[in-house]
Ligand binder design. Sequence first.
Ligand SMILES: Cc1cc2nc3c(=O)[nH]c(=O)nc-3n(C[C@H](O)[C@H](O)[C@H](O)COP(=O)(O)OP(=O)(O)OC[C@H]3O[C@@H](n4cnc5c(N)ncnc54)[C@H](O)[C@@H]3O)c2cc1C
Length: 375
Amino acid sequence: MSLPARRVLIIGGGFSGMSAAIQLRKLSVEVDLVEIDEDWRTDGAGITVSGPSLRAIEAIGVLPQFRQQGVVFSGVEQYTADGVLINAIPTPPVPGSSIAGGGGIMRPVLAKILADETRQSGTAVRLGVTFEKIEQTPDAAHVTFSDGTSDTYDLVIGADGVFSSVRSALFAGAPTPRYTGQGVWRAVVPRFGVESAQMFLAKDGKVGFTPVSEEEMYLYYTDRRPTKERIPQELLLPTLKSLLAEFAAPVVTKIREHLSETSQILYRPLEGMLMPLPWYDKRVLLIGDCVHATTPHLASGAGMGHEDAVVLAEEFKRGGSLEQALERYQHRRWERCRMIVANSGRLGEIESTGGSKEEHAQIMSLSMSALLAPI
Ligand SMILES: Cc1cc2nc3c(=O)[nH]c(=O)nc-3n(C[C@H](O)[C@H](O)[C@H](O)COP(=O)(O)OP(=O)(O)OC[C@H]3O[C@@H](n4cnc5c(N)ncnc54)[C@H](O)[C@@H]3O)c2cc1C
């Protein structure tokens, strides 16, 4: 098979970088991956996985491990803060997938599944290493690494996330992430009988639950904060408890009572960015959050990264020059990723301004059905 690139370097071992490594190795591309974190960690929260994201996970080949170690369920329910059902959004089978509905899993569990698969694929992984310099000639990209080594590749893929160093080093004028005025609180709690994804909308915030294992679910609370803040550790528990006091729904009340000093609570300001095309410059391509970092309102950011990998490998397989493959790739990815970033941003605005719950529900439904389209 004549491939557009035979030797590829991936910078960043998150969901997007690992998925790309696995997919390119299936075509026998020689893949090196460098990850800056020597322990290859991810944060200890859960993740909601939509049906379309599960389709990509299936294409990558790790659906059996996901089913075994995560949870698959159907439907998303939206309630008022008091627990009155507003909208039950069905999650029909996704064309091209063997699986109906969506799912949830702990982030470190999904990261380990993908890291094991990446290593088994024959990708050469180096941890605690990053790039220092990337120089492009017409035929190759020459990379100097932080451990003093250097190498030459046909293609370098920047998959180093929303604050990408590859983007800032090589794409002058690229947009930078923008704080959206919302932050997300996360914690892992017992399921208290919750069987599928649920969210409760109050005037100032939204709380949601996603089952991530037989016993546990992941709680997220999206809250309005005009400035980007770091919340001191000792304030995490009392602040989250007071935010949840706005919800009278019985399940939220039970969780509020359950939260204690031993609960692991995380707070993160939400930032988003969408880089206009092109997403490549000669022999350097950006994927995942480097170019389309969405807020989590449609639970699709990680899924977009998995899909990037699936589409990139398909376009590699179709052949032609590297430029032709990267052009086809970015045109297939643009509208879907743009829609996710824009609609997630609008959902955040509605939540921040106490806007129309009907518009919120409508955007959710429209976006979820748009995502069913083939990638
Ligand atoms: C609060 C929150 C909740 C979310 N919830 C969901 C959800 O429920 N469902 C969903 O689908 N998505 C969700 N997302 C989005 C999802 O987390 C991201 O879209 C996804 O993690 C992007 O993956 P990535 O691999 O592109 O980037 P990242 O996950 O950021 O991975 C980048 C990797 O590159 C490494 N790296 C960074 N710099 C360098 C460097 N210079 N050299 C080498 N390596 C480097 C990092 O250590 C990291 O391993 C959420 C996001 C947030 C902020």
